[in-house]
Design a binder for this molecule. Structure first.
Ligand SMILES: [Ca+2]
Ligand SMILES: [Ca+2]
Ligand SMILES: [Ca+2]
Length: 506
C-alpha cells in the first residue's frame, strides 16, 4: 500500500481527542486538530513520517498518582485523560514548552519560524537544531546527543516460526459490533523474552502507523482498573464464560450486535466456560480463525477499513469477564445486554496493524526510533520492530573493574545478545576509550568471515578479539551488534585497568 501523502497530517496529531467513542478513537478525528500538523509539515515537509510528525511534538505525557501508585502516560493517553473524549478538559495543559511557544507566537507558519532560534525545552539545543536532528524540541529528555534506542526487527516468517498460542475469545467493542473469534499468534510475554527485554522493563507500548498507541504494564495490579486500566503482558487473564442470546445475534435480529459466525462458536451454549490451553493471554496475533490477518488498508476517510487489522494485532482478552454489550451508539438499549461503560471493551485496547512495540523505560542516553522506518512499509512487508529496554551483547572479559589486565595483547570476549540467535549476527562493533567522559571512542569493526568459519581468531565464532593497548591505563569498552534484519543493540559499558610494563631484564 502506498502511504497517502496527508495520512499522518490528518490522523496522527491529537488523534482521537474530539470523538466520543473510546474504541479506535485514535483512528479518527476532525476539526481544529488537523490544522497544526498541516502547518508544521508545510514549513518542514521533510519531517513527514518522522517521529516529529506526531502528537508528542507539541503535547506532553503526564503522571498521575492514585493510591500511592504513580502511572506514567504517553502524550496520546494523557490528552485523553485530561482533555477527555468529549473535549471537556483543558487542552492547553497538555502542551509542552514547544507547543506553548508555538501557541503564544500565533499558532501559524510564521510562528514556527519565529520560535526556531529558541530553546523551548531548555536542553541546550535550539528548536531548529533539534528539528533538523529529529529530536523533540519540547522534551528536554530528548536531544541531538541521544542515540537511537536498541531495536530488533522480526519478519512475519520469524514470528510464525515461534510457538503459537490459540485462544477463542470475545472481542467486545464500544460501538463497532462485537464478535467471538479464535485469535492465534505469539504470547507477548514470550516475544519480549525472545527479544531480550530487560528484566526491569515496566511496560510496553504498541504502536500502529496511523498513530494509535496503547500501553500495557508488564504485570497486573489491583489498581489496574477503571479509567487508567490497560491490559497486562505477563500471565493469564480470567477464564471467560460464553455468552449467547438470540437477541444479541446479528444473524437472528435486525438490531443484533454480536457476530457468532466464527467456527469456534459451534457447539457452545450460553453459560459454558471457555477453556483455553495455557489460558487467555495478551498475544501478538497473526491469524483469526486460522486465516492470516488482513494487512492494514486505509479507506477513503483515512480510517482503517473494517476488515483490515494485520498483519499483526496485539489482542487483549477481557480482564473483567462479561457479555457482548449493545453498541453505545445504538438507539435501542432495552436489550438483554445494553451498553455499559463499566464493561470491559477489550477490543478497544487491541492495537490493529501493530508495527512497533516499545519496551519501557528507554535506556539512559537513548531516544525513540524514527517511526517512518516502521510505518506503512512495515505493514506491507509484514515486519515488526521491538525497541527500547533490550539487552545487548553480554560482556565477559575483561570483567567490569578488572585490574592488571594484559595489554599486549589484550583479549576481549563477549556473548551474543540474549535477544538474538548467535548466527543471526552480521557484525559487531567493539569500542574502547581512555576518556572517562565516554565520548572519544576508538572502534573496531568485527565481521563474520564466512571463508574461515573455524578460524580460532574469528570473533564471530569465538565472540572475541585481540588488540594491543597501553600499559597501566584505565579503559572502558562496549560492544554493539548488527543483526541480519538490520536491528542493533548495545552492551553495558565495562571498565578495566591494564597491568604495568614488565621490568626490563638485565
Ligand atoms: Ca531544546
Ligand atoms: Ca529536546
Ligand atoms: Ca459491545
Amino acid at each position: 500500500m502506498k502511504k497517502p501523502k496527508l495520512l499522518f497530517t490528518s490522523i496522527l496529531f491529537l488523534a482521537g481527542l474530539i470523538l466520543a467513542g473510546i474504541v479506535y478513537a485514535a483512528y479518527q478525528h476532525a476539526g481544529d486538530a488537523d490544522k497544526d500538523p498541516a502547518t508544521f509539515l508545510n514549513v518542514y515537509p521533510g519531517k513527514a513520517g518522522t517521529k516529529l510528525d506526531n502528537c508528542a511534538l507539541c503535547h506532553t505525557g503526564g503522571k498521575e498518582t492514585v493510591n500511592g501508585k504513580t502511572t506514567t502516560y504517553g502524550s496520546c493517553q494523557w490528552c485523553h485523560k485530561v482533555y477527555g473524549y468529549n473535549a471537556s478538559g483543558d487542552i492547553t495543559s497538555t502542551l509542552n514548552d514547544y507547543g506553548k511557544a508555538y501557541k503564544a507566537a500565533g499558532r501559524n507558519e510564521a510562528a514556527l519560524a519565529l520560535i526556531e532560534s529558541l530553546d523551548s525545552d531548555g536542553d541546550g539545543y535550539s528548536n531548529i537544531v533539534e528539528i533538523n536532528a529529529n529530536r523533540y524540541p519540547g522534551d528536554s529528555n530528548d536531544d541531538p546527543s541521544k542515540v537511537v534506542a536498541p531495536f530488533r526487527i522480526y519478519t512475519k516468517a520469524q514470528l510464525a516460526a515461534m510457538p503459537q498460542h490459540k485462544q477463542f475469545m470475545l472481542m467486545n467493542t464500544t460501538k463497532s459490533g462485537d464478535y467471538y473469534a479464535e485469535y492465534s499468534g505469539v504470547l507477548m510475554e514470550y516475544l519480549l523474552k525472545r527479544a531480550g527485554a530487560a528484566p526491569d522493563a515496566t511496560q510496553i507500548s504498541a504502536f500502529a502507523p496511523d498513530g494509535y498507541a496503547q500501553r500495557h504494564p508488564m504485570v497486573d495490579s489491583s489498581d489496574n482498573i477503571g479509567k487508567s486500566y490497560a491490559p497486562f503482558v505477563i500471565g493469564p487473564y480470567p477464564q471467560a464464560t460464553y455468552f449467547y442470546n438470540t437477541e444479541a445475534d446479528k444473524a437472528k435480529t435486525s438490531y443484533g450486535w454480536c457476530d457468532y459466525t466464527s467456527p469456534g462458536n459451534v457447539g457452545r451454549q450460553n453459560g459454558d466456560s471457555i477453556l483455553v490451553k495455557n489460558g487467555l493471554r495478551l498475544i501478538l496475533a497473526l491469524k483469526a480463525d486460522g486465516v492470516d490477518l488482513v494487512p492494514g488498508v486505509l479507506g477513503p476517510n483515512n480510517k482503517l477499513t473494517e476488515q483490515s487489522e494485520g498483519p499483526f494485532r496485539v489482542v487483549s482478552p477481557q480482564k473483567v469477564v462479561g457479555p457482548p454489550d449493545q453498541a453505545s451508539t445504538a438507539g435501542n438499549q432495552s436489550v438483554i445486554w445494553p451498553y455499559s461503560s463499566a464493561n470491559d471493551h477489550n477490543a478497544g485496547f487491541a492495537t490493529k496493524c501493530t508495527t512497533i512495540v516499545r519496551v519501557e523505560p528507554l535506556p539512559a542516553g537513548t531516544t525513540d526510533i524514527d517511526t517512518m522506518e516502521a510505518g506503512w512499509g512495515y505493514i506491507d512487508q509484514g515486519k515488526l520492530v521491538i525497541y527500547g529496554a533490550l539487552l545487548g551483547p553480554q560482556l565477559i572479559f575483561p570483567a567490569d573493574g578488572d585490574m592488571k589486565v594484559n595489554w599486549h595483547p589484550a583479549f576481549f570476549k563477549w556473548k551474543h545478545s540474549p535477544g538474538i540467535e548467535r548466527n543471526a549476527v552480521v557484525s559487531y562493533k567493539l569500542e574502547y576509550t581512555k576518556d572517562a567522559a565516554l565520548k572519544d571512542w576508538t572502534s573496531v569493526m568485527v565481521k563474520r568471515d564466512k571463508k574461515k568459519p573455524s578460524d580460532h581468531f574469528d570473533p564471530m565464532v569465538k565472540d572475541n578479539i585481540i588488540l594491543t593497548l597501553e600499559p597501566n591505563t584505565k579503559y572502558w569498552w562496549r560492544v554493539t551488534d548488527l543483526d541480519e534484519n538490520g536491528g542493533t543493540t548495545v552492551s553495558s559499558i565495562y571498565s578495566f585497568t591494564t597491568k604495568d610494563k614488565p621490568p626490563k631484564k638485565k
